[in-house]
Design a protein around this ligand. Structure first.
Ligand code: CO8
Length: 263
């Protein structure tokens, strides 16, 4: 791998997009390496992922403008599909993915962050969808995910005006959950990931699937999705141990990580 690093820290995997000379812009190779990295995560040993960018300036400054500048219509569509496939893989990845946004998150950078489950950022982070200023649309899911996250009115304003927003505004509109200093960001993301990893892994995975799948359908279908995934947790070691610890009133034991049980 030239542009992606992966580090395993207990149950937490840290994926870093590492192309600082181009502010971590996403070219085809970065997208391919990202896909290969997520494909190779050991899902027995990993319960949450943190996704971040290398350097102090940028999370991801967008798709690679140099590479896109000469694309034909067909090639543009294929490039959009490539990004969409990788981002959808992240969105539907079985375990939670936290974006630790350490600077510019523009265009494809904002879009990859939006494909993660949770977004937290540093106080120097800048978000935006500058594509219409470049003569294209946000083509890595931006026209779809931004409206779902912050509402159609705010998404349309950001996309039509191509105006960037700072971390405080991103927090205000709900694009990120929290803002940290640059030094605090990665430790905070790892701490959150470790907190998730301390909970029953099958239950956490099922929550992710229930929320994601439920949001795609009407409430009558959504609650059926929830019922199935709720029922699916019973008879697992996690459920027996988690409830058993509570009933035994064993506070010490209750705090222990419930063992992972494969299905
Ligand atoms: N692509 C390629 N190279 C980039 C990109 C990018 N998106 N962003 C920065 N770089 C490169 C610069 O060219 C520069 O390289 P070099 O040193 O070789 O000249 C290096 O990174 C450093 O950048 P700057 O010197 O510009 O740094 P500044 O601090 O002056 O500015 C900015 C930082 C404001 C982030 C500035 O670099 C910038 O505006 N970058 C472009 C941001 C942008 O417009 N991003 C959106 C791109 S479009 C997109 O993401 C579409 C996604 C959907 C694709 C669908 C496919 C069909």
């Amino acid at each position: 791998m030239e542009f992606i690093t992966y580090e395993q820290d207990g149950f937490v995997g840290v994926v870093t997009i590492n192309r600082p000379q181009a502010l971590n812009a996403l070219n085809s190779q970065v997208l391919e390496e990202l896909e290969a990295t997520f494909d190779s995560v050991d899902l027995e040993a990993t319960r949450a992922i943190v996704l971040t960018g290398a350097g102090e300036k940028s999370f991801v400054a967008g798709a690679d403008i140099g590479e896109m500048s000469t694309l034909t219509k067909a090639e543009g569509e294929a490039f959009g599909k490539k990004g969409n496939d990788v981002f959808r893989k992240i969105e539907t990845f079985p375990i939670p993915v936290i974006a630790a946004i350490n600077g510019f998150a523009l265009g494809g950078g904002c879009e990859i962050a939006m494909s993660c489950d949770i977004r937290i950022c540093s106080d120097n982070a800048v978000f935006g969808q500058p594509e219409v200023g470049l003569g294209i649309t946000p083509g890595f899911g931006g026209t779809q995910r931004l409206a779902r996250l912050v509402g159609a009115g705010m998404a349309k304003q950001m996309i039509y005006t191509a105006r960037n927003i700072k971390s405080d505004e991103a927090l205000r509109i709900g694009l990120v959950n929290a803002v940290y200093t640059q030094e605090e960001l990665l430790p905070a993301a790892k701490k959150m990931a470790a907190g998730i990893a301390a909970n029953a892994p099958i239950a956490v995975r099922n929550c992710k699937k229930a929320i994601n799948d439920g949001l795609q359908v009407d409430m009558d279908k959504a609650i059926v999705i929830e019922e199935k995934l709720f029922g699916d947790c019973f008879e697992t070691e996690d459920q027996k141990a988690g409830m058993g610890n509570f009933l035994e009133k064993d506070k010490e034991k209750k705090l222990k990580v419930v063992p992972f049980q494969n299905k």
